[in-house]
Structure formats: structure tokens, C-alpha cells
Ligand binder design. Structure first.
Ligand code: TYD
Length: 135
């Protein structure tokens, strides 16, 4: 699956509101080992600014909205997330930045591995060198 791929989760709607669900082994293309979330993000803040060597993630706007900028070293796309029943797949070797968080936005992330700092590349030039080296 390519970074930026949009995964649609089921949405059950009735007069009481909406319900969506995510089943491991069904909707997510990896075993979910960790869940984390970003919230109370101040206006104007930017998050991300790194790539991963191995980690796979799915990013969901549980509430509010924000932009996800994805860069494969050649081209850069911006994906706006603003619906709770969509997730964006983020694979390894993708530089990602997040900005434009709305007030009250909550970003939920499903991850394939526990937090491992050595899996991060936090320097953009280092990212370009790394992907050139694995091609
Ligand atoms: P980081 O991944 O740099 O945040 P973002 O990319 O969203 O801006 O993480 C910020 C800090 O939180 C950093 O010190 C590492 C820590 N952290 C954990 O301890 N566990 C986690 O699962 C995550 C995602 C971060």
C-alpha cells in the first residue's frame, strides 16, 4: 500500500449519531501494536517533520481537521483530513508534516510498532540521503 492511500472505515448512521469501527486484520494492513493521539494542538503548531525506516501507521482525524503533507523525496502532496471514518496510510520512507490543526482537532494514529527513536529520521537531508541509499 502506498503512503497517502485512503482507507474508508464502516460508518453506521442512525438518529442517535454515527458509529465507525476498525477491526485489526481487516481494515488495517498491519498488526496494530500501538495507538497514540495528538490533541490540544495550539493554532499554528506543526507536528511531524520526520520519516520512519520501518514503521507503518494509519492517521485518522477523530475530531476537527488538519493537513498531512507527504513527501517521498521526489514529490509532495497535501491531504486534508476532516472526517472520522477515513484513515490515511503512512508507510516507511515517507517524510511527513502535519499542520493547519483546527481548534479541538484530535489526530488518532494506529502504529505497527512501539515507539523506537532509532526508527526515526528527523533531518530532511538525512531522509533524502537515506532513500537514495536504499534505491
Ligand atoms: P514525535 O513523534 O516527535 O511527535 P510528532 O511527530 O507528532 O511531532 O514525538 C514527540 C515526543 O513524544 C518525542 O519525545 C517522543 C515521544 N513519543 C513517545 O514517547 N511515544 C510515542 O508513541 C510517540 C509517538 C512519541
Amino acid at each position: 500500500m502506498k503512503s497517502g492511500y485512503k482507507i474508508e472505515f464502516p460508518k453506521i448512521t442512525d438518529s442517535r449519531g454515527n458509529l465507525s469501527f476498525i477491526e485489526g486484520g481487516h481494515h488495517i494492513p498491519f498488526h496494530i501494536k500501538r495507538v497514540y493521539y495528538l490533541y490540544d494542538v495550539p493554532g499554528g503548531a506543526e507536528r511531524g517533520g520526520h520519516s520512519h525506516k520501518e514503521l507503518q501507521q494509519v492517521v485518522i482525524a477523530m475530531s476537527g481537521s488538519f493537513d498531512l503533507i507527504l513527501d517521498d523525496g521526489t514529490s509532495r502532496i497535501t491531504v486534508s483530513l476532516n472526517r472520522s471514518h477515513y484513515g490515511i496510510y503512512l508507510g516507511p520512507n515517507t517524510w511527513r508534516e502535519m499542520d493547519n490543526f483546527s481548534s479541538g482537532a484530535v489526530c488518532l494514529v494506529l502504529a505497527s510498532e512501539n515507539y523506537i527513536e532509532s526508527d526515526y529520521i528527523r533531518d530532511y537531508n538525512g531522509f533524502l540521503e537515506y532513500i537514495a541509499g536504499i534505491k
